[in-house]
Ligand binder design. Structure first.
Ligand SMILES: [Zn+2]
Ligand SMILES: [Zn+2]
Length: 405
C-alpha cells in the first residue's frame, strides 16, 4: 500500500535535512539571494556570537563589534574582525552564545539594506558571490516569513493558517536548494523571508500554537499550500494557471472576500495593442463572422481558462502576463479607443485567498476551519502525534482534526 512507503520516507527526510537538537528543529535559509554579495558586515545586535573560521574559534563579536567577510577572486573568504584581517578561509560560521540571539547583516558590495536575522550563520564562497546561510530555528524562520507574507495587524487565526501553510511549504520543499548548500531561499521563489519577526508578537504565538501541524492529502503527502491576495469571489483551478490539476484545489465560490479592497479593478489597454497581441501572437480569427466582432468583447461570470473558446488557444494567463493584469478573472469591452478591462481579485486565485481568510478570522472561524474551507478534503496533521502513533506501531491513524465537508 502506498501509505506504507510514504511515512518512513518523510521521517527519513526530516533526519536528513534537519539538525534536530534538544531545543528545536533548524532549517538552512540562503539569504540575500537576489544579489551577488561580494562583501558583508555582521554587526553586534545586543547578543554575543562566537566566530569560527574553518575549525578555529576566533573569539566573540562583542558589544559594538563587527566582522566583515569578503569573497576573494580565487573563491576564498577573507575575514576581518573590526578592521583587522584574520586571514583567508573556506568557511566562516557565526554561532549564537545565547538562545534566540540576533545579528545585523549589511552587504557593502553591492550596498544593500540592513536586515536582522536570528540564530546562526554559515558563510561560504559561491559561484557569483557569497553563500550566506541563516541556520535558523524553524519557528523563528516561520515567524519572519508570516510577517513578510501576511503583514501586520491581522487576527491571530489568520496568522495561524498562514503559519500552517508556510510550515507545510517549507517541509515539502526542504530539498529545493540543497545543491546550493541550503534548504530554501529568502525570495518569493520559496517564501519571502526578509527580516526576523519585528512588529507582531501575535505571529510568534500563532507559530507556536500550530507547531508541528501541517496539511496533508489523503495519501499522507504534504500538500501544495498555494495562496494569493484575493480570488475575486471564485478560486481558480490549478490547471487554469499551471496546466497541472491538483485534486484538492478545485474552484469554488468564496463569499468572504468579495467586499474587500482588492476585490475589483479596472485597466485600459489601447485598442491597437490589444488587437496586435491577439491577432499577431494567436492568429485571432478577425474575419470569422461570430468570433471576429468579439475581439474586444469578452464576459466572464464564472472563471474560465481561455479567451472566448479553448479552440482559439488563448490562455487568459497569457493575457494577464502580457498586460500585467491583477488576475485572469476579468471581462472587457471597447470604450472609445481603449479596451476597458474590469477585473476581480488579485493573484493567481489558486488555494487560500488571503483577504478571504482574514475575513473568516475576523468572523471567528478558527485556523483549521479556514484551511479546510480553502483546501477541501485535506487533512490537518500534527507530526508530533505521528511520532506517537509510530511508537505504537500504528502509522496510519487519521488526524482528529479532520473536518468532513
Ligand atoms: Zn527558492
Ligand atoms: Zn476569495
Amino acid at each position: 500500500m502506498y501509505f506504507c512507503d510514504v511515512k518512513p520516507l518523510i521521517a527519513y527526510f526530516f533526519l536528513c535535512f534537519f539538525a534536530v537538537n534538544a531545543y528545536s528543529q533548524q532549517i538552512r535559509i540562503g539569504v540575500y539571494r537576489e544579489y551577488d554579495i561580494q562583501r558583508i558586515v555582521f554587526a553586534h545586535d545586543g547578543f554575543n556570537y562566537s566566530i569560527y573560521a574553518d575549525s578555529s574559534n576566533l573569539g566573540e563579536i562583542i558589544d559594538e563589534g563587527y566582522v566583515e567577510i569578503q569573497q576573494t577572486p580565487d573563491k576564498k573568504l577573507e575575514l576581518f574582525v573590526g578592521i583587522v584581517s584574520q586571514g583567508v578561509f573556506d568557511k566562516i560560521s557565526l554561532i549564537e552564545t545565547q538562545e534566540n540571539a540576533s545579528i545585523e547583516l549589511t552587504p557593502t558590495i553591492p550596498s544593500q539594506k540592513t536586515r536582522k536575522y536570528q540564530n546562526d550563520f554559515e558563510i561560504l564562497p559561491g559561484i557569483k558571490g557569497l553563500t550566506i546561510v541563516n541556520v535558523v530555528n524553524l519557528n523563528n524562520y516561520l515567524s519572519g516569513v508570516v510577517e513578510s507574507e501576511g503583514g501586520t495587524g491581522k487576527d491571530i487565526e489568520y496568522y495561524k493558517v498562514q503559519a500552517l501553510m508556510s510550515r507545510t511549504y517549507a517541509l515539502k520543499y526542504l530539498s529545493k536548494h540543497v545543491k546550493e548548500g541550503f534548504n530554501l531561499c529568502d525570495r518569493v521563489h520559496c517564501q519571502a523571508y526578509h527580516y526576523k519577526l519585528r512588529f507582531t508578537p501575535d505571529i510568534e504565538k500563532a507559530v507556536k500554537a500550530t507547531e508541528n501541524v501541517v496539511m496533508e492529502d489523503e495519501h499522507g503527502n504534504l500538500v501544495d499550500a498555494y495562496f494569493h491576495a484575493n480570488c475575486g469571489g471564485q478560486t481558480s483551478e490549478a490547471d487554469y494557471i499551471w496546466n497541472n490539476s491538483v485534486h484538492y484545489l478545485n474552484t469554488f465560490k468564496d463569499t468572504f472576500c468579495i467586499y474587500t479592497k482588492q476585490a475589483t479593478w479596472e485597466k485600459r489597454i489601447p485598442k491597437h495593442q490589444w488587437a496586435e497581441f491577439l491577432v499577431k501572437r494567436y492568429n485571432y480569427p478577425i474575419n470569422d463572422s461570430i468570433l471576429g466582432p468579439l475581439l474586444y468583447n469578452f464576459t466572464q461570470t464564472e472563471r474560465l481558462a481561455f479567451y472566448h473558446n479553448p479552440i482559439l488557444g488563448i490562455p487568459l494567463r497569457d493575457i494577464r502576463q502580457e498586460f500585467k493584469l491583477k488576475s485572469t478573472y476579468f471581462s472587457n469591452y471597447l470604450d472609445g479607443n481603449d479596451v476597458l478591462i474590469r477585473g476581480r481579485g488579485y493573484g493567481h486565485g489558486v488555494g487560500l485567498c488571503q483577504e478571504g481568510a482574514m475575513h473568516m478570522a475576523k468572523y471567528k472561524y478558527n485556523y483549521i476551519q479556514i484551511a479546510i474551507y480553502y483546501f477541501p478534503g485535506i487533512y490537518i496533521h500534527n507530526l508530533e502525534e505521528d511520532a506517537f502513533f509510530r511508537q505504537r506501531g500504528n502509522l496510519f491513524l487519521c488526524s482528529p482534526y479532520r473536518v468532513e465537508d
